[in-house]
Design a protein around this ligand. Sequence first.
Ligand code: MN
Length: 385
Amino acid sequence: MKNISILGVTGSIGTQTLDVVRNEKENFNIVGVSANTSYEKVIDIIKEFDPKYVAMMDEKSFEKVKNYCEDNSLDIEVYKGLDGLNKIATLDEIEMVVTSVVGMIGLTPTINAIRAKKDIALANKETLVVAGDIVMREARENNIRILPVDSEHGAIFQSLQGNDEKSVNKIILTASGGPFRGKKREQLSKIEAKEALNHPKWSMGKKISIDSSTLVNKGLEVIEAHHLFNANYDDIEVVVHPQSIVHSMVEYIDGSVIAQLGSTDMKLPIQYALNYPKREKCVVEKLNFAEIGKLTFEKPDIETFGCLKLAYIAGRKGGNLPAIMNGANEIAVELFLENKISYLQIEDIIRECMNTLEYIENPTLEEIISTDEKVRNYVRKKFNM
Ligand code: MN
């Protein structure tokens, strides 16, 4: 029985993690959960999974959950805010934390969990993007595992099993291409939020759906792969694979390519990360190759989807530049979802921030966090928010 905490338990990955646990109740015990505002969902989770600790980021939602626990005389500690999130990430009783919160907010709880020697099932890619050097160093020093939950990185991780790291030639990250694959800049200029939220293959949260459509998501994943697998940027290639059946591949020096394939269902990489190194019974639909018929691959159109190019620039230059890129994107996506900027302005804002904000070559954790604040303030000021 593995004792775990789930950060961001009501989000897309959090909910799917619950599905996996529901199917393997004999393997996992959910000790702590955190959420932002969705207190009704959290109360349902309390009823079903009986966690001992709950944290709510939002004050009002915290009161609701706390009152519920008191009214029903439940022996549950309820915490609030970022302090609460950090408590859930570092509980004595747990051995693993599933970090499924979205965005920069995932950084400090992840670092604290690592320092408390918890294994991490990492779904929060921003953590590695903004502070990959620090996170990976802390993981080594504390001798814990970072198990990728992202489908691509889960696939690479599986394709690396049993092979010598030195015999890897390159990593091939697959991308669905998003809902606007094949479109040109003029067509993209008119895109509205609801179209960008409609992903053809994966069902995901709002932020990642937009990121997926701009290829920012793939850019973040390139940086994530660089850190997780200690790979040079020249050895990470992105290939568009619209069917999303091959979740990524590893090419070895002898020319062999090992890939992981599976349905487009996040429960598969979640289940693998949670159970690693074991495998458990299938919770997703199995593949039927005769029905799939064909798998296709093509080059990404980085002239149209410039964000992918920007991510390589940010990753290669390193320092706080990935944090600038990520912060600019997070706020630009918010503005786009509020219909305050156009679709192509997301890319413009990222580029402008990368060119304007102060570069720091070897940032501390504090400098990364302050970079993120500076980027957000810069963009907010520009759009009078
Ligand atoms: Mn992914």
